[in-house]
Ligand binder design. Sequence first.
Ligand SMILES: *[C@@H]1O[C@H](CO)[C@@H](O)[C@H](O)[C@H]1NC(C)=O
Ligand SMILES: *[C@@H]1O[C@H](CO)[C@@H](O)[C@H](O)[C@H]1NC(C)=O
Length: 567
Amino acid sequence: MQPFSLLLLIASLACALPAKSVEHKLLTADNFSKTIATGYWFVEHFSPFCPHCRAFGPTWDALVEDYAGSSVNFAQVDCVVNGDLCDENGVTGYPEMQLYRAGALQVTFEGGRSYERVMLFIEEHTGVSKPSYSVPPPELPEHDLQTLHNERNPHGEVLALTPESFAGIVADGDVFVKFFAPWCGHCKKLAPIWEKLAKGLQHRVAVAEVNCEDYKSLCSSEGVTGFPMLFFYPASGKKTEYSGSRRVEAMKDWAERAVRPVFLELDYADLVQVVKDNSALYIAFHAPGVSLPPSLTQAARPLLGSPPLFISSAPELFTHFALPVTSDFHLIALKDGDTSAAAQLRFSAQTSVEDLSKWLQTHRLPLAMEISEGSFQEVMNAESRPLVVLVSVTASGVERDQVVETVRGLAAQWRRTNATQYTPAHGTRQVVFAWMDQERWTSWLKSMYGIKGPAQVVIVDHSRLVYFDTTRTGSHLTLDDASIFTALGDAMKGTLSVRHSENIVERLARSINNKLLAIERMVSDHPWATLSFFALGILVVFWVIRRLLMDEDYTHSYKSGKDARLD
Ligand SMILES: *[C@@H]1O[C@H](CO)[C@@H](O)[C@H](O)[C@H]1NC(C)=O
Ligand SMILES: *[C@@H]1O[C@H](CO)[C@@H](O)[C@H](O)[C@H]1NC(C)=O
């Protein structure tokens, strides 16, 4: 494994740790000249075994971080792996820093390696001074937003967007945008969190907001249907709605995954570890020397790193999964800590993006998992519209462990005996076995699914907002294969009686709300046609009702709990 891919792998495995996420560029003989061909490059030649290099590490990190987005680029060459390149560059000791301009060596850094000295050296030879963040401007003039954004959130602040600045920022990509209305309660709650997020994503991901009270038509053209609504706009590809947890850490992790490279390289030695660390993941196989087709990159990008996509041409991995080494490619989905393939696809450079994308979406979820605020939307609103066997568990203790074990066991049994006849390829529904903390979500589980204690089972069909809690004979579902597997079969056939996950009042409110939103949109799209007394009347009523009743997040259907929200 190349050092850079190892670094990526470690970064991905350690994403739960508050690791410094400075992005290092490691160059090899293959891409050195090509990479440094334009602009200024400050290159450190180092050896992982040299104590001076290690001592200089934190200073280097700080420099890379502080100059991110400036016109001076930073890169490293590992001289243990690239001895010849270091010889060619005339390196005589470690660490040795050289400044290149348009591919040509300008000058070698000498003397003490303090942050200050390096900074002055760079300024002297490039004219670029260290970007200073000490006095951030309070309000950014319109015309500065574009240039500023090229540096991806240099000040760690939320950018307030207007319809004019919006297009430019989104075109640059890697920006997380909050659409809000000043009067909405959940928006107010999110505001300080959003500021913390901007701070946490400094230099990496732009964090912005749009006031939908001021810019209605921008919000409706972006498909905003409730407040607050969070969209991530990647550097290329379509925007994605973020609907996970609204804790800073969760949003930060998610955004960091989203801007990570699409592919992570995998070696055989790391297989067990990555399978342990990811409840679902993909591996794309290519024969040595044959590169993966761009269609896979396009299909994988919208996943935004969850689940991660690894690539490999390691012979041991081909052997492990019994794959033939051909000019065709293979995709494998691994789930639930199992190192044997849960699904497999052979594809070629001609396979369409749509087909690849469909396959990736279909195999995105593990078979058994815990549902909490972060994963609720991901599971329930998955494109594959799974049926979810939902089991309540206690917060901790032996009892919880036993129930979770049972659920996992049922998932494994389903996979062995029934899953093949219920794979989406056969036109039927995917099944996910999940457990949820009943103590934490007491009132939510009760009002949503009538669950009143631990170890209760329902089968949820969230795409239709219904659930099943009895078998065809009318007895309550119990935590065993006979009860659950039969009910799953009946639910798929549509012969089981359903219950609605929302109560009547909520469904009514929702449908009224949808209608009012549609009217509001019509008004802003066709102002003259609808600028009548009638429409104005409705608008007035709408605003009054909304202010009275809807001062909360109404995008999600799971808000029925009195004291619990799943975000
Ligand atoms: C240079 O090549 C190495 C090895 O293939 C790779 O890990 C690294 O990402 C490349 N660096 C750049 C800046 O392209
Ligand atoms: C699952 O498989 C078992 C054993 O093969 C079978 O008895 C049962 O009917 C199957 N259930 C469904 C829903 O297909």
